[in-house]
Ligand binder design. Structure first.
Ligand SMILES: CC(C)(COP(=O)(O)OP(=O)(O)OC[C@H]1O[C@@H](n2cnc3c(N)ncnc32)[C@H](O)[C@@H]1OP(=O)(O)O)[C@@H](O)C(=O)NCCC(=O)NCCS
Length: 193
């Protein structure tokens, strides 16, 4: 695996993101318009108080292999979406994306980070529990196909910043490199698998 880059999602990324979205969320894929509306609210030209969203894509050699998005309207932040190409799952990328969301939520001063996850998605629930989320509600028939949603929360108040996820879940020696350019890289040492 070559170096992975997380950068801001752009409108031009939507076709590639949609292809993954339809594969990963067969029952409740977001339509293109949802992504457009979310990105419009992430526009850096907006005043800070109207820039309520932030979305990322993860690229390997220019190919999008994951994406995530957050909303923050203080005092709450929400995980809008998180998704990783099946061929790349189980290597820590989902944890990395969740770490980016959590860091941004903390930077903006959110008290809590919330998310909804399908009741029939135990894999994602296990990941969220490992990252410190707990179930606070059950929303019945939340999804278009009638599926229930667990509402989960991680309190961000008075807790230390989440460790960079790959340091915990990646292979020994992998580290998250941050920059203030809006890009984050996850340099691979050797082949990660
Ligand atoms: C949920 C999702 C984003 C997680 O992404 P991911 O990249 O697989 O997440 P991670 O690799 O960080 O963690 C997943 C598991 O892999 C394990 N893992 C992490 N790094 C690993 C590594 N280097 N080697 C082997 N396993 C590893 C983690 O321990 C974790 O195990 P767990 O199931 O016990 O928590 C991904 O499965 C996905 O896109 N699913 C479909 C869409 C979806 O359901 N999204 C969530 C909507 S709420």
């Amino acid at each position: 695996m070559t170096e992975l880059i997380a950068r801001a999602m752009r409108t031009a990324d939507i076709p590639a993101v949609l292809a993954l979205e339809r594969q990963l969320f067969p029952h409740d894929a977001w339509p293109e318009e949802f992504f457009r509306q979310e990105l419009a609210q992430a526009d850096e030209r907006l005043p800070a108080n109207q820039r309520t969203r932030r979305f990322w894509v993860v690229e390997e050699a220019g190919r999008i292999i994951g994406y995530a998005g957050m909303m923050c309207v203080l005092p709450l932040a929400d995980v809008q979406t998180v998704a990783v190409d099946p061929a790349y799952q189980g290597r820590g990328l989902g944890s990395w994306l969740m770490g980016l969301i959590e860091d941004e939520a903390r930077r903006r001063g959110a008290d809590d980070l919330l998310l909804e996850v399908r009741a029939d998605n135990p894999g994602a629930q296990r990941l969220y529990r490992r990252l410190g989320f707990e179930q606070i509600h059950l929303r019945r028939s939340y999804y278009p196909d009638g599926g229930d949603a667990l509402v989960m929360r991680k309190s961000l108040e008075h807790t230390a910043t989440a460790p960079a996820a790959p340091a915990k879940v990646g292979p020994v020696g992998s580290e998250l490199a941050s920059s203030d350019t809006g890009r984050e890289t996850w340099p691979s040492k050797e082949d990660r698998r």
